[in-house]
Design a protein around this ligand. Structure first.
Ligand SMILES: [Zn+2]
Length: 357
């Protein structure tokens, strides 16, 4: 029998473009699921992996990507959560099911590393607990975003901070995660919602997703303008998605001294230290971090799908670029230049284009 092959975008060395290669599609092992990819988002985490700035170091050569969607092709022994034909979200966030790391991929005498889930490949062998079934009515392109950007951004607002109606929210960094924080704050009825970014185009986009006010982070009067917007009540919630020292400190310093909550979400460089005045912590101010928005895939992914399908949460508008896997390096460039909201690899776009030729 002829071996079935698939395309995968692989990082062979730090700070090099991903290489599109062909590798065999293998069968899933115990506790694993073979998924045919429909779509994958590109996350800032992959940029950190490429530049070697992520917390866990250099894993090259490795398969990439950690938010996606697809259709189950085959399940390995012991898998009970999904069956062939199920539509699923792929995510780095753990849900129920077995935790089973797929074998490395053989390629040209090398072993390619891969995590519990990878999404820059036409097929993925994922650990059962990184796969979540969703209704077939949910469009797979939009569903891909739920795996990380929505889970982390909306999760930080709805699960971690549990933002309530009428509360004031500031979001620093209006990228893929930040937009979801803004949109989820709007969904929760927060008011005002203040978006802060260095990029005016991103601030315009932020308004579309519910920001009531926008401030440029380079504005020397940033704090004064923020104080004018929130008034004497002070700021209830600050979310930051940038991971830089002064921005984390600004988030902490901006919230109400007695009741405010600052949520750190941006990935700091390993070893980074921040300086804060700890006194407000004794009076009630809170400083917390969030890993994946405390999202439980088993319950929250379906909830996010419903919010979209009910017309209460705009995922389509978050997708600024749809590309083929072969264009992945252009997509990564768009991320680096900040000229996009969410870039999505659509694997069906690829099929169609190939059929046309
Ligand atoms: Zn991500």
């Amino acid at each position: 029998m002829e071996t079935k092959m698939m395309k995968a975008a692989v990082l062979f060395g730090l700070n090099t473009p991903l290489k599109i290669i062909e590798v065999p599609v293998t069968s899933p092992g115990e506790g694993q699921v073979l998924v045919k990819l429909a779509a994958s988002g590109i996350c800032h985490t992959q940029i950190l992996e490429i530049t070697g700035k992520n917390a866990t170091g250099d894993h090259t050569p490795n398969l990439m990507g950690h938010e996606g969607s697809g259709v189950v092709e085959e399940v390995g022994p012991g898998v009970t959560k999904v069956k062939k034909g199920d539509h699923v979200i792929l995510s780095w966030i753990k849900g129920s099911g077995k935790n089973s790391l797929p074998d490395k991929v053989d390629y040209d005498g090398q072993k390619l590393n891969r995590g519990f889930v990878t999404t820059f490949n036409e097929y993925c062998i994922a650990s059962e607990n990184r796969v979540t079934p969703i209704p077939e009515e949910m469009p797979l392109r939009e569903a891909a975003l739920i795996g990380c950007a929505v889970a982390t951004g909306a999760g930080a607002v709805l699960n971690n901070a549990k933002v309530e109606r009428g509360k004031s929210v500031m979001v620093i960094g209006a990228g893929g995660i930040g937009i979801n924080m803004i949109h989820a704050a709007s969904y929760a009825g927060a008011d005002p919602i203040i978006a802060v970014d260095i990029n005016e185009k991103k601030l315009d986009v932020a308004k579309r997703f519910g920001a009531t006010h926008v401030l440029n982070s380079t504005d020397p009067d940033l704090k004064v303008k923020l104080d004018e917007i929130v008034g004497v009540a002070g700021l209830d919630y600050a979310f930051e998605t940038v991971g830089k020292k002064h921005i984390m400190e600004f988030a902490y310093d901006s919230v109400n001294k007695f009741s405010g909550r600052a949520v750190l979400c941006g990935m700091p460089a390993p070893g980074l230290k921040i300086e804060i005045d700890p006194f407000p912590l004794f009076f009630g101010r809170r400083l917390v971090g969030t890993g994946g928005g405390e999202t439980d895939p088993d319950t929250d992914f379906l909830k996010f799908c419903r919010m979209y399908m009910d017309g209460k949460y705009d995922l389509s508008g978050m997708i600024s670029h749809v590309i083929r896997l072969e264009e992945i390096n252009e997509g990564i460039d768009l991320m680096l230049k900040g000229e996009c909201l969410r870039v999505v690899v659509d694997y069906s776009k690829q099929d169609t284009q190939e059929d046309d030729t």
